[in-house]
Design a protein around this ligand. Structure first.
Ligand SMILES: *Cc1c(COP(=O)(O)O)cnc(C)c1O
Length: 409
């Protein structure tokens, strides 16, 4: 057994697979949008566990849902269904275009299900050579081999041997490029309705509408990966609702469980029919603990006042960042929607997003990056104004230190 003194960042290097480079601090407790580390230092959380902790840390509705379910039933497997899964699926179908839900445990798994469904649909309805999947540069869809291959950064999928075939990448927001490539051999288009990991890049309305029309023309399925944009993040329950373009398949995860691992693929009755008994599955998918928490999360964030609050908080974040930028001009643009925001670094500051993340951590505020040139903010959807103001002061302190050091060069 590891003793308390042993539980340091250095132990990570000894006992963990080195695919991550975590910060030095080890948080041990969270409440709302504040975190405390092993030394009881306090941090304001503008990162939200990468767009996951949508109600902050240990929100009472989540704690109650989890502890009540924990006294009743933890797990059955899909040999039986369970009440929390039925309630959550019923709720998600009421709140969206979808008629059917498949539960998974992570964004990648929900996307894996979506891609398999699209391929199976094409095989069943058309032919086996209708297999082309179109996706976009800088897109991110997870780390299973199929989803990472569909993602738009080949460095993530290279070096693991032969990749899943018939996946093509195009520039995001380039309608002419996709119009030229698409044909009746196209099986599906997978896209984020606002690219997150790729740098907080919004689609144009013409692009999304154009892709929808091309999919209809070529009997291809439109898959929206709302793993990051979903569950109130953009100020709509799902981003497609704000764009006015409905996909055939929608995947979501991250904020769905507010910190408990759970994911979902949503689709129509006609499409769902292609995943017959035995075609796909998951041991944990629809786990009662996960679904009980997700139901509490969805019931909370689907309230109009909470969604309106996201738009209000977006304004506070934009104002706070612009105010910092007036004193220390390092950002060229604040982009994104709702509480999925990116502060883009000016040319002289490019490549330094991670330096800002580290400096912010030292001042007691957690931020994220999206690539090397964008500082990303994905806080709790219910973060207090006071926490935003204090977090902005700490961020300003971090930026002023870097700025003054930079000006001395
Ligand atoms: C985070 C993310 C994923 C992957 O989710 P995991 O739960 O890490 O598998 C997929 N798509 C998008 C858009 C994401 O932001």
């Amino acid at each position: 057994m590891a003793t308390e003194e042993k539980l340091q960042r250095s132990l990570f290097n000894e006992v963990m697979v080195p695919c991550y480079a975590p910060m030095d601090i080890i948080p041990v407790r969270g409440q709302g949008s504040r975190l405390w580390d092993q030394q009881q230092r306090e941090y304001i959380d503008f990162a939200g566990g990468i767009a996951v902790s949508c109600l902050g840390h240990c929100h009472p509705v989540m704690v109650t849902a989890l502890t009540e379910q924990a006294q009743k039933l933890w797990h059955l497997s899909n040999v039986m269904t369970n009440e929390p899964a039925l309630r959550l699926a019923d709720k998600l179908t009421q709140l969206t275009f979808a008629d059917k839900v498949f539960f998974a445990n992570s964004g990648a798994e929900a996307n894996e299900a979506a891609l398999k469904l699209a391929r199976r649909y094409a095989v069943d309805n058309f032919s086996a050579d209708k297999d082309q999947i179109i996706a976009f540069h800088h897109g991110f869809h997870g780390r299973t081999f199929f989803t990472v291959t569909v993602g738009g950064q080949s460095t993530y999928s290279d070096g693991f041997g032969p990749k899943p075939q018939a996946v093509t990448h195009l520039p995001y927001n380039d309608l002419a490029a996709i119009a030229e490539l698409m044909s009746d051999k196209t099986c599906a288009v997978m896209m984020e309705p606002l690219q997150g990991e790729g740098g907080i890049i919004s689609p144009t309305i013409e692009f999304v509408q154009g892709v929808r029309e091309l999919c209809d023309k070529h009997h291809a399925l439109l898959i929206f990966d709302e793993v990051q944009t979903g569950n109130g993040r953009t100020g709509d329950l799902f981003a497609y609702q704000g764009l006015g373009v409905t996909p055939d398949i929608l995947t979501t995860a991250k904020s769905l469980g507010g910190g408990f691992p759970v994911a979902a693929m949503l689709t129509t009755t006609a499409l769902a029919a292609h995943l017959k008994v035995g075609t796909h599955g998951s041991t944990y998918g629809g786990n009662p603990l996960a679904c009980a928490v997700a139901e509490a999360v969805i019931n909370t964030i689907s309230q109009p006042a909470v969604l309106a609050g996201v738009k209000q908080r977006e304004q506070w974040f934009r104002e706070g960042l612009m105010q910092i930028n007036r004193r220390y001009p390092i950002f060229s643009e604040i982009r994104g929607k709702g509480l999925l925001l990116g502060a883009v670094l000016c040319p002289q500051w490019q490549g330094r997003a991670r330096d800002i993340l580290v400096a912010a951590g030292k001042e007691g505020v957690m931020v994220l990056v999206a690539g090397t040139d964008v500082v990303r903010f994905t806080p709790s959807l219910v973060i207090d104004k006071k926490d935003i103001d204090e977090g902005m002061q700490r961020l300003e302190a971090a930026i002023s230190t870097l700025y003054n050091a930079h000006s001395e060069l």
